[in-house]
Write a protein that binds this ligand. Structure first.
Ligand SMILES: NC(=O)c1ccc[n+]([C@@H]2O[C@H](COP(=O)([O-])OP(=O)(O)OC[C@H]3O[C@@H](n4cnc5c(N)ncnc54)[C@H](OP(=O)(O)O)[C@@H]3O)[C@@H](O)[C@H]2O)c1
Length: 331
């Protein structure tokens, strides 16, 4: 597994990261034993970056990772943890809380659930509109100084917020959606990150499975599955979006890889400062994702991919409307 360094101040991590969210939340039921086995298979393949959030099924995901990572050398992997999303007992989302006192409270719970004395990269999942980013980053900086956190990241914020946060303490990486069908980061965010020496960890590189080559219009998302109410998966849009996937499939077949591998490799090819996260929750999906990092896309390949999936070609917002205003960029 190749490595990439997160920004000018961050750690070297595997060029592909594992996102653990789907092992607990957002895409419906997952199999616990298979989730643990998938984490183990990732580590054995050389994956050293694992991403979670304290709100992924209200601590469930952190406890799952604690179980999967028990007994491993703590220096052999890096944990990226998001915090700040408020949820209710019915799993509904209730906004963000990134006040300094909340930062410390969330961190204390995460450390306990994860069974560790430090988090490698700690980040607010969303901007709390009532709290200046300087205060949130300032509180995490205190936790860096106290030894509980190694690096500070951000998630889904705009370019101006990145600059303000970075002025308080160096930001290691921004986590944000980036895929063949979600390219809004290319306008302002990526140039800002590159100017400041901040890395990008890309999520949704398979657009939550939509551009993985495994989704079909007749596949229905069950209860608790984000895809049941995601505009890109809704009737009318999904057929259009899957036609783009079929065009991508033809390019992938000519290259001798799968659609998912091509979509992951495309994100990785956008810069050495970008680390794609994949949300594999089974060993089978992981085994498909890993070889993507050995795929070299030539300028001709990239042009063919662009022809198959032109920028802005997807239909539907990347989140339901109630969540769009909390994002750093549009689609
Ligand atoms: N900062 C943020 O706001 C934010 C938001 C969302 C996610 N994240 C992080 O980013 C990680 C990745 O995001 P994501 O899970 O939404 O995105 P993703 O990797 O685009 O989608 C994952 C889904 O794609 C499907 N899939 C099909 N083929 C696959 C393959 N070969 N490898 C992996 N998945 C395949 C799987 O669905 P099936 O299992 O149903 O086939 C899987 O659940 C998350 O786990 C989380 O840690 C961050």
């Amino acid at each position: 597994m190749q490595t990439r360094t997160l920004g000018s101040t961050g750690p070297a991590v595997s060029a592909l990261g594992l996102g653990a969210m789907g092992m607990s939340d957002v895409y419906g039921a997952a199999d616990r034993a298979e989730s643990v086995a998938t984490v183990h298979a990732s580590l054995e393949a050389g994956v050293t970056l694992i991403d979670t959030g304290d709100f992924y099924a209200m601590g469930h995901n952190e406890l799952l990772l604690a179980e999967a990572l028990r007994g491993r050398d703590r220096d052999s992997y890096r944990l990226s943890v998001k915090f700040g999303m408020l949820r209710g007992p019915g799993h509904d989302f209730g906004g963000a809380d990134a006040r300094p006192e909340a930062v410390k409270n969330f961190l204390a719970y995460s450390l306990t659930r994860l069974g560790t004395d430090h988090i490698d990269i700690y980040r607010p999942a969303r901007l709390d509109p009532t709290v200046p980013i300087e205060e949130t980053v300032g509180a995490i900086k205190e936790m860096v100084d106290a030894g509980y956190v190694r690096h500070i990241g951000l998630s889904e914020v705009d370019a101006a917020t990145i600059r303000r946060g970075h002025a308080v303490h160096p930001i290691t990486d921004l986590q944000i959606e980036y895929s063949l069908i979600s390219r809004a980061v290319e306008a302002d965010i990526l140039p800002t990150l590159r100017e400041l020496g901040i890395g990008l960890t890309a999520y949704g590189v398979l657009s939550r499975g939509l551009i993985s080559g495994h989704w079909s219009a007749d596949r229905t998302a069950g209860p608790g599955d984000f895809r049941a109410f995601s505009p890109r998966f809704s009737n009318g849009n999904v057929e259009h979006n899957l036609a783009l996937v079929e065009a991508l499939r033809r390019v992938a077949e000519a290259k001798g890889c799968t659609v998912a591998q091509m979509a992951i490799a495309w994100v990785a090819a956008q810069g050495e400062d970008i680390v794609p996260l994949v949300g594999a929750r089974t060993r089978e999906r992981l085994a498909e994702a890993l070889p993507a990092m050995d795929l070299t896309l030539t300028a001709d390949d990239l042009a063919e991919i662009e022809k198959a999936v032109p920028q802005g070609a997807a239909r539907g917002d990347r989140y339901p409307s109630a969540f769009m205003s909390g994002l750093g960029v549009g689609n």
